[in-house]
Ligand binder design. Structure first.
Ligand code: ATP
Ligand code: MG
Ligand code: MG
Length: 386
């Protein structure tokens, strides 16, 4: 750190993840500059000390404007332009993680091929460039079959479950965008797990604990730390996550690694995001150094902060828009009255149905105590365990 001349971090994307990164920066004597198309409405607007560039995340001229005066450029999202990042690199801009990592990750089929080659355990998968290939995948893997857009997917948008072979064309058309389609064999998982892995430009790397990531309609709603899984599975998830990240040359920053735990105890990698992740928000209140702070440390070559839990247990509840602000903020009112709940609000409006508006982190001395608060908050957001 150089307090007299604070390093400047450029962040591609000014949503909630960019905002939470930018909020950590001043404590480390770093300054952030952000690129986003959202104008004054973006969650990051007004927070980045070094300036705000309004423009599309794939616009190479805007990216150059962002990079001006930055010591390092990073991103809060993987759906960005690899050629534009390569151009920045060719101009001498320090991009972390480098464009090669985005290239491997942003196309889910390329990602699968990369991890398969690296020996990481994966669900069965197949390239399905046309509907005949989808039918072949269904024959080989059985039904249901998971079809996924190779690019641009998030929150399950871009995925389609094929249940009957007669629907093959319709399912293919649903997910077929310019990036193409591939198929995955159905995983009859017991639980979904996640591990944040952080790797500094110095080569130092650390894992956060394995957590349970509970989804509804393909959207992460709840996270429980440590994961509700045997210790051996938690350890296996960390080892799998770390080997996946270590397999990508030059990988830096935080990576959100999503995994499945299967009935036989084996662990399969679902996907990797090259950035802080929804399933790592609990680290803000439950670990010595949050995923956002560690991302900034990692991409700017600082020593990494502690990734262990500093509490007995932690939980995170996502607050999604209910269509109006009053309904959306009901859970916040409860959280504000709780001794060990921390509200993280993203400053978005309006509270559109299903929009990620904020999250609540809870900490406790034991899993049993945490579950009590978690249950109350789940009731407040209308969620049940099953
Ligand atoms: P994210 O918002 O995490 O980026 P995404 O749109 O990239 O999500 P995936 O993570 O690929 O989508 O899948 C979304 C969810 O669908 C998973 O969390 C899991 O619940 C389910 N899912 C994905 N792949 C499979 C599979 N092969 N078998 C069974 N369920 C799956
Ligand atoms: Mg994804
Ligand atoms: Mg996912």
């Amino acid at each position: 750190m150089n307090a007299s001349n604070p390093p400047v971090i450029g962040i591609i994307g000014g949503g909630q993840l960019g905002r939470m990164m930018a909020l950590e920066a001043p404590r480390l004597s770093l300054r952030c500059k952000v690129l986003d198309a959202g104008g004054a409405k973006a969650p990051c607007a007004g927070i980045s000390e070094e300036g705000y560039v309004e423009g599309g995340l794939k616009d190479s001229e805007k990216l150059k404007e962002l990079a001006k005066g930055c010591d390092v450029v990073t991103a809060e999202i993987e759906h960005i332009s690899v050629p534009a990042l390569e151009e920045l690199e060719s101009l001498g801009v320090n991009v972390q993680p480098p464009s090669s990592v985005f290239k491997t990750i942003q196309d889910k089929l390329v990602q699968k091929d990369h991890f398969a080659k690296a020996g990481v355990a994966l669900p069965r998968y197949m390239d399905t460039p046309n509907v005949e290939a989808v039918k072949r995948a269904a024959e080989e893997f059985g039904l249901p079959l998971m079809l996924k857009s190779r690019k641009e997917g998030y929150d399950g948008r871009g995925n389609c479950v094929l249940k009957s072979i007669e629907d093959a064309q319709k399912a293919f058309d649903t997910v077929n965008n310019p990036g193409g389609v591939y198929a995955e064999g159905w995983v009859d998982f017991v639980d979904e797990l996640a591990v944040m892995v952080v790797r500094s430009t110095t080569g130092e790397s650390k894992c956060y604990p394995t957590v349970s990531a509970i989804q509804r309609d393909s959207v992460c709603r709840i996270v429980v730390a440590p994961a509700r899984a045997p210790e051996s599975s938690r350890l296996l998830a960390q080892l799998t996550a770390k080997s996946a990240i270590d397999s990508m040359p030059g990988a830096t920053g935080v990576f959100g690694v999503e995994l499945f735990i299967c009935r036989d105890g084996s662990v399969l990698l679902n996907e990797v995001a090259p950035r802080p992740h929804n399933t790592g928000h609990y680290t803000q209140d439950a670990c010595a150094c949050s995923q956002f702070e560690n991302h900034l440390r990692a991409v700017s070559g600082m020593e990494l902060g502690g990734t262990d839990l500093i509490v007995g247990a932690a939980g995170m509840v996502n607050v999604l828009g209910t269509g109006d602000m009053e309904g959306t903020t009901a859970a916040l009112k409860l959280a504000m009255s709780m001794e060990r709940a921390a509200v993280h609000w993203y400053g978005k409006a309006p509270a559109k149905l299903g929009r990620k508006m904020g999250h609540i982190n809870i900490t406790a001395d034991s899993p049993a105590e945490m579950e009590k608060d978690l249950k109350a908050l789940m009731d407040a957001v209308g969620l049940t365990m099953e």
